[in-house]
Ligand binder design. Structure first.
Ligand SMILES: Cc1cc2nc3c(=O)[nH]c(=O)nc-3n(C[C@H](O)[C@H](O)[C@H](O)COP(=O)(O)OP(=O)(O)OC[C@H]3O[C@@H](n4cnc5c(N)ncnc54)[C@H](O)[C@@H]3O)c2cc1C
Length: 694
């Protein structure tokens, strides 16, 4: 994604006056990396894992808006079912957490229960410069947090169980409330405004009214907690919000916003505890859910959560206080279909070359040791019309999609390792299958955008690792984690399965597979036979626990099979034993899974029907999710500061202002990498306020 964003910015109109060629090198036939997807049997969408876009992804949305405008499918491809960015993404407002009621009290009741948040939509448009908030400072976060507390306070005064209702609008709609609460809000807000001018005495002056409010909320909510789990959860939320406010104030971030980065040496949960969060809240599903969403577990171990505190505060504030339109956006088809394929089409028509089936093997320094002098590559197959000729897209119901099967008419002879494109995307692709070449500086390239993930960097940059201490520290220190993903296609509609809120995205469940999302929108884009048509599509994913050091396994060709077997065990365990709390109707009265409800399984019976569903182990060094573990943030390098004169960096692993594994971080880094080559300021044409602005 980062590489495509860099190519997007570099190939803006008029680019031929500046460059003779822009070439994207990609191993295998599918672009998109962790976001790559293609179609399987019955044209079902098959992905690396669940991908949702957050409402603050302004740069990613802006790029896609521009991309769809350039493609102008309404005119050029009127039969295409997804013609604009508005067709491609739709708002998703149902977001929730699973809470284990037995965690504190084994007699508490039904065990895992869902807790759904109600996120209002707003009229802002993601990616629209006019929808940008002019200000997003630590003080804004404190103000918004206090407004949230006062909203809870209002609910309490009305003697109703408070509901989580949030808004990304800078001036959120206020719920009705008592005069007393309104006055309390005004008093606290005015107090904060006044203190904004005088930066002394933050701690005492701000925290005093906040603590008073929290104490009142605490006593009312905990009184009800015995009979009302929602009241206990609401107290957890309040306790964490207050701890965040106290942390920002007492750790000096209000006075000096740049200090937010210092918080990343500490774990988010530990930091909230240090700032007074109720230990029960710190152990609650609220915190757990945040770690689940960012795969924040060392080596995937559920008992070793890790996420930098500064990022925890910043990301939760961006998510809840800076969203445009909706808190989450989902895609109307696979990410490969609605994001990567359109980018490929538009970049190609701008004149960008794509040399697919080109594996990067090794980067070499020139004699100065300061530049990339040459790059070893392997051509994995020979293409009929030359290295840049392969067109990987096929028509699926009118939509251009990546083909998982190699398109043999474009390839010379028999491909060396079969026709499944994934084999050519794998680190374990056998080395002897292709032909070696070396690209040379001044002949084949001048500038390099390094857009391979950090997990892959040590395998292809040994000279850089040896030469540059910062590069070495980044390769060794920026952590990644394997993930696992599962997709189920189920005959019965969600309400019949006992899930009454279709389209929701849930996290915080018992791992493995702690996150699940309802994705029924995909069925319209797939082509199932009438007598075997699903009405429910369920995506699951989580970090994959690797008890042994994955680096030890990286050269063992049996690693992918072992990992797949491990994930298969987790899939059987989830669907066979633990699916009840998520989809009660998939289990019969005797507690057995109703395997017959799985679609696409043909004549198979019982548990064997599960084999027809889709799952994968994302263990490839390139597919590993980039984490933000405490103490690693300072190891990231900026796009324009690789340490090598003719190389810039693109990917979510860079120091890009967001510094977490997500699409927006990858896109921002790509834009900044291109800006560096173009000699522009890093933030030229980059939307939004991020850590590097603080
Ligand atoms: C299971 C899962 C779920 C996720 N869910 C979300 C989500 O909901 N929302 C969100 O915002 N983000 C999500 N992410 C994160 C998101 O996918 C990444 O942040 C994003 O894709 C990173 O982009 P990138 O360009 O840094 O790396 P990648 O997308 O991994 O791209 C790297 C590219 O380098 C290529 N490459 C690697 N090695 C070589 C080589 N030797 N030669 C040639 N090419 C090579 C790869 O094939 C790929 O094309 C998820 C990630 C995972 C794994």
């Amino acid at each position: 994604m980062g590489g495509l964003a860099a190519a997007w910015r570099l190939s803006e109109p008029g680019w031929q006056e500046r460059f003779s060629r822009i070439t994207v090198y990609q191993r295998g036939a599918r672009l998109g990396g962790k976001g790559a997807s293609s179609r399987g049997v019955h044209d079902r969408v098959e992905e690396h894992g669940l991908h949702v876009w957050l409402g603050y992804y302004d740069n990613a949305f802006a790029m896609m808006r521009q991309c769809y405008e350039e493609l102008d499918r309404a005119r050029t491809d009127p039969d295409c079912p997804i013609r604009s960015v508005d067709d491609a993404f739709f708002p998703s407002v149902r977001v929730g957490l699973f809470d284990d009621l037995n965690r504190l009290d084994p007699r508490a009741g039904p065990g895992w229960v869902p807790w759904l948040g109600d996120f209002t939509t707003n009229s802002l448009v993601p990616g629209d410069p006019a929808s940008q908030s002019g200000s997003f400072t630590p003080l804004d976060i404190v103000r918004r947090s206090i407004r949230l507390l006062v909203d809870f306070f209002v609910s309490i005064d009305e003697h109703v169980t408070p509901v989580m209702s949030m808004s990304g609008s800078p001036i959120p709609p206020r719920r009705g409330g008592s005069l007393g609460a309104g006055v309390a809000h005004t008093a606290v807000a005015l107090g904060i405004e006044a203190l904004a001018a005088a930066d002394a005495l933050w701690e005492l002056a701000v925290m005093e009214p906040v603590d008073r409010l929290a104490t009142r909320l605490r006593s009312t909510l905990l009184e009800r907690a015995g009979t009302d789990p929602a009241a206990r959860r609401m107290w957890h939320l309040i306790s964490i919000v207050v701890a965040q406010v106290r942390g920002l104030v007492t750790d000096g971030v209000l006075a000096d916003p740049s200090r937010i980065r210092e918080l990343n040496t500490e774990d988010y949960r530990a930091w909230t505890l240090r700032h007074g969060a109720d230990p029960d809240a710190a152990d609650s599903t609220l915190i757990r859910g945040l770690y689940d969403l960012v795969f924040g577990f060392r080596d995937g171990d559920p008992d070793q959560p890790g996420f930098g505190a500064g990022l925890g505060v910043f990301l939760s504030a961006k998510t809840f206080f800076d969203y445009k339109g909706a808190v989450f956006w989902k895609m109307a088809a696979g990410m490969g279909d609605v994001v990567i394929a359109p980018l490929h089409q538009a970049l190609r028509s701008r004149g960008v070359d794509f040399e697919l089936f080109t594996r990067i093997d090794d980067l070499h320094l020139d004699d100065s040791g300061e530049r990339i002098g040459s790059i070893d590559i392997t051509r994995q197959v020979e293409l009929v019309d030359g290295p840049a000729s392969y067109d990987p897209l096929v028509d699926v119901g009118g939509l251009p999609c990546f083909s998982r099967e190699l398109l043999l008419e474009q390839i010379v002879g028999d491909p060396p390792t079969g026709t499944d494109s994934e084999a050519y995307e794998s680190h374990w692709w056998p080395d002897d299958g292709g032909s070696r070449e070396t690209l040379r500086r001044g002949i084949d390239f001048d500038d390099v955008v390094f857009a391979l993930p950090v997990g892959m960097a040590p395998h292809v940059t040994s000279e850089l690792v040896a030469r540059d201490a910062r590069w070495r520290a980044m390769c060794e220190g920026v952590a990644t984690v394997a993930t696992e993903a599962l997709q189920l296609w189920i005959r019965s509609p969600e309400p019949e399965l006992g899930w009454t809120t279709p389209g929701s995205t849930m996290t915080g469940y018992q791992p493995p597979f702690d996150t699940w999302a309802s994705m029924p929108q995909l069925i319209e884009r797939e082509h199932w036979p009438d007598d075997d048509r699903p009405t429910t599509v369920a995506y699951f994913c989580s970090a994959l626990h690797e008890p042994d050091d994955p680096r030890a396994d990286v050269d063992d060709p049996s690693t992918p099979t072992r990992a797949r077997d491990e994930v298969a065990r987790h899939v059987r365990e989830l669907v066979g034993d633990r699916i009840g709390p998520l989809l009660p109707g998939l289990v019969d009265d005797g507690g057995a899974t109703r395997w017959d409800l799985l679609c696409g399984a043909g004549d198979a019976t019982g548990e064997a029907r599960l084999d027809s569903q889709y799952w994968r182990a994302n263990i490839d060094p390139s597919d590993r999710y980039v984490q933000s573990l405490p103490g690693t943030d300072h190891l990231r390098l900026r796009s324009d500061d690789s340490g090598f004169a003719n190389m810039v960096l693109a990917g979510d692993w860079t120091d890009n202002g967001l510094n977490a594994g997500c699409i927006e971080a990858a896109v921002m880094s790509g834009l900044k990498a291109a800006n560096a080559i173009l000699g522009r300021e890093p933030k030229t044409g980059v939307l939004g306020i991020y850590l590097d602005d603080w």
